[in-house]
Design a binder for this molecule. Structure first.
Ligand SMILES: C[S@@+](CC[C@H](N)C(=O)[O-])C[C@H]1O[C@@H](n2cnc3c(N)ncnc32)[C@H](O)[C@@H]1O
Length: 311
């Protein structure tokens, strides 16, 4: 692209070599407070990102966006004129867009949401969504009144989630739901180890009981297809983008994830029902970690496999 962008501030300098530089484009000077707010989220949540902010002086049409992605060696984030943060992946801008889920969240119940049939969350439930992604399933889980801890390993995704939570918290009808979500940028296995499994040997009293661990790991694109017909649901734009950031777990990682999740829900006496681990799969995908679930629920596209732990 010729000269549409004016590099402005390079900020949030980190000595840590693991920090990724990420370009943050914004549209006008009046957005400085929002840009600063994003920088503050990065610092507050110790995201391993360094945001290099740039004021965009031209309209970013689709062609420009594609070209930018081809030319840039660093990931690009866009703060649009409505202060919605998105990530530019291969020219596509992807963002959690929780407001688009409003109708679904309001009417969510066990009749309408297969996930809720499987997870059986109530207003008292403590849930860990160990693979938060764009947070859509977390919102459905939290719609029941449950507290949801959202774990996301990719710092860019975590920033998108945190920015979306901040943006949506400004809307009065979303505030209660937003307050039930806790977003943490971490690998789920390390989180389980540090907060549950390590404590299991020492200090159980410090650890919060968990009723449900939810896993929706990445799976290969072709797992969406019927193994016999080769037909199946198309991978959506959001998942396509995620495939550039995250990979499906190996067989060994699948087993580790499932076993750790099961250990977390059984680590402490849950007060009400059985603890359960729910795993989302494409409808015809092989079993996660080759483990047979206690119960499954499916529709034409997806399957939820439930692994129950009696207390
Ligand atoms: C298929 S997406 C989840 C989509 C999500 N259920 C939603 O509703 O948007 C999987 C996400 O889990 C994250 N992830 C995969 N393995 C993880 C792990 N071990 N710990 C934390 N996050 C993980 C990936 O980075 C990706 O964002």
């Amino acid at each position: 692209m010729s000269e549409p962008l004016v590099p402005e501030v390079a900020s949030a300098l980190y000595a840590n070599a693991a920090v990724s530089h990420c370009r943050l484009f914004y549209m006008n000077e009046a957005q400085q407070p929002q840009v600063e707010r994003l920088q503050a989220l990065v610092t507050q949540h110790q995201l391993s990102l360094s945001l290099v902010t740039e004021l965009v002086t031209v309209k970013l049409n689709q062609k420009n966006r594609e070209q930018l992605c081809v030319e840039s060696t660093q990931p690009i984030l866009l703060l649009d004129d409505k202060n919605k943060l998105s990530w530019l992946s291969n020219g596509l801008s992807v963002t959690p867009e929780w407001d688009k889920l409003q109708r679904r969240v309001v009417s969510a119940g066990r009749k309408t949401e297969l996930l809720l049939q499987a997870a059986k969350t109530t207003a008292d439930s403590q849930v860990i969504d160990a693979t938060a992604g764009f947070g859509h399933d977390s919102l459905i889980l939290a719609s029941t009144g449950a507290q949801v801890t959202m774990l996301e390993q990719q710092p860019i995704m975590a920033l998108l989630l945190l920015a979306e939570q901040h943006r949506m918290s400004a809307q009065p009808n979303w505030q209660k739901l937003m307050a039930r979500l806790q977003i943490i940028n971490t690998d789920a296995l390390s989180y389980f180890d540090n907060h549950y499994l390590a404590d299991f040997q020492g200090n159980l009293a410090m650890t919060k009981a968990v009723d449900v661990v939810y896993l929706d790991p990445m799976f290969p694109n072709d797992s969406y297809q019927d193994s016999k017909t080769g037909k199946g649901a198309k991978v959506g734009k959001l998942m396509q983008a995620l495939h550039h950031l995250a990979s499906p777990p190996t067989a060994a990682q699948e087993l580790q994830l499932l076993q750790s999740a099961q250990a977390v829900v059984s680590a402490i006496d849950t007060h009400k029902q059985q603890g359960r681990v729910i795993v989302k799969r494409p409808k015809d995908a092989p079993l996660f970690a080759q483990q047979v679930p206690d119960e499954s629920w499916h529709n034409e596209a997806v399957r939820f496999d439930g692994y129950f732990l009696s207390v």
